[in-house]
Ligand binder design. Structure first.
Ligand code: PLP
Length: 416
């Protein structure tokens, strides 16, 4: 069995270990929630100071040009692109994941209708276990279009292939499931959907910066993702949308705001979409927040997704091994796939008192989170999580479970 000394030695030989110093993490905290809100890169503080004091404070409106504010969604998109297998000019960092999904879904429905000779495909297929906002946005778009579109919820990965049929307009999936950590085979699923005539939209909220993704290699159609999780962009940082070169000319979305116009400052009364990825933009961006995204990307650029993946699998393997060996007598159920290819960068265990146990963990400085039903979720961010922290977190979990030091009547906060 792995000992704490083994973990110390693995940390000493970990090529990513020096990157932790670029994050500001409070002492006494083992942070296993980077899949929900990434930790703060130290550089974000001075960057925020500069954006607010100099760019906004001194240069005022000139900063739209002089500080490159207007160009920021495209520039950050190009920096993010290599992490998800996208090309230059294929991503903008903008708006929220929910909003970008709306645009991507609308574009996908439109593309399908254009491609099909007679548009009889009216179903958007997704998983019942998808993150709720993804389902809600699909439902919102479908009912709003009022053209007979419906959302079909599939109950298991096994049932997915049969659910993609001649009625399917769009397959919308989240690559790594937020609750279980299950990772789809993007290339396989995309190929299957294409064979059946569906357009495919991927949500990379739990993938970008966490697992290697090859959007162009998988021949996907559209994608969206989040920057405040594994990309460490800060709370509510703008999300991203990917439109590959092959679809850019046909790409059209209903939120046709002035930032997506070919000549925004011509102030023309009619909308003419920008050429390229610019047409995925809508309106003015929260520049202070957007600027923080670059600090997270700066850290990612110092390593590779392969190195991150290797350590991520080692951390999650270690956590599973230690929980199962050290907390074996307790009613814990592993929800996350053991198979590496099917696993994201998190591990989820059920426990009948999952919420109370998670509250006790957080009170002792081990920060994970809780998702219904009964799921304790632990995210592993190879940029700043050490092997020894994994060992220590399991030790604290073991103490809490052995002593039953958790309050089953714990009150729920507004955010779990
Ligand atoms: C985190 C997450 C979101 C978040 O959407 P917001 O618009 O940023 O609130 C959406 N989808 C999935 C799958 C997520 O994991």
């Amino acid at each position: 069995m792995t000992t704490r000394n083994d973990c110390l030695s693995r940390d000493a030989h970990d090529p990513l270990a020096p990157l932790r110093d670029q994050f500001d993490l409070p002492t006494g905290v083992i942070y296993l929630d980077g899949n929900s809100l990434g930790a703060r890169p130290k550089a974000a503080l001075s960057r925020a100071q500069d954006v607010i004091a100099r760019e906004w404070g001194k240069d005022l409106i000139r900063s739209w040009n002089t500080a490159g504010w207007f160009d920021l969604p495209r520039r950050l998109g190009d920096r993010l692109a290599p992490l998800v297998g996208a090309g230059d000019g294929e991503i903008v960092v903008t708006d929220t994941t929910s909003l970008n999904l709306f645009k991507a879904l609308a574009a996908a429905v439109h593309l399908q209708a254009q491609n099909a000779k007679r548009c009889t495909r009216r179903v958007i297929v997704t998983e019942r276990s998808n993150f709720p906002t993804d389902i809600y946005m699909a439902q919102g778009l479908s009912s709003w279009l009022d053209l007979g579109y419906t959302v079909k919820l599939v109950d298991s990965v096994e049932e997915l292939p049969a659910a993609i049929d001649g009625d399917t307009a769009v397959l919308m999936l989240t690559h790594v499931n937020y609750r279980t950590g299950y990772q789809h085979d993007m290339a396989d699923v995309t190929a299957l959907a294409h064979r059946r005539g569906a357009v495919v939209v991927w949500d990379l909220a739990h993938s970008a910066g966490a697992v290697p993704v090859d959007l162009n290699g998988a021949d996907a159609d559209f994608a969206v993702g989040c920057t405040y999780k594994y990309l460490n962009g800060g709370p509510g940082a703008p999300a991203f949308i990917w439109v590959p070169k092959k679809h850019q000319e046909a790409f059209t979305q209903p939120l046709s705001g002035w930032w997506g116009h070919a000549a925004p400052f011509a102030m023309a009364p009619d909308f003419t979409p920008a050429t390229g990825i610019g047409r995925a933009l809508c309106g003015t961006q929260p520049i202070v927040s957007l600027a923080m995204v670059e600090c997270g990307l700066d850290v990612h650029c110092q390593t590779s997704m392969d190195a991150i993946r290797q350590k991520s699998l080692a951390l999650t393997d270690l956590f599973i091994e230690l929980v199962e060996t050290r907390c074996g007598g307790h009613p814990l159920g592993l929800v996350t796939p053991r198979e590496h290819a099917r696993r994201g960068s998190q591990v989820s265990f059920t426990h009948p008192h999952g919420y109370a146990v998670m509250c006790a963990l957080i009170a002792r400085g081990v920060i994970g989170d809780y998702r219904e039903p009964e799921i304790m979720r632990f995210g592993f961010t190879p940029l700043y999580t050490s092997y020894t922290e994994v060992w220590d977190a399991v030790e604290i979990l073991k103490q809490i479970l052995d002593s039953e030091e958790y309050d089953v009547a714990a009150e729920r906060g507004a955010v779990t």
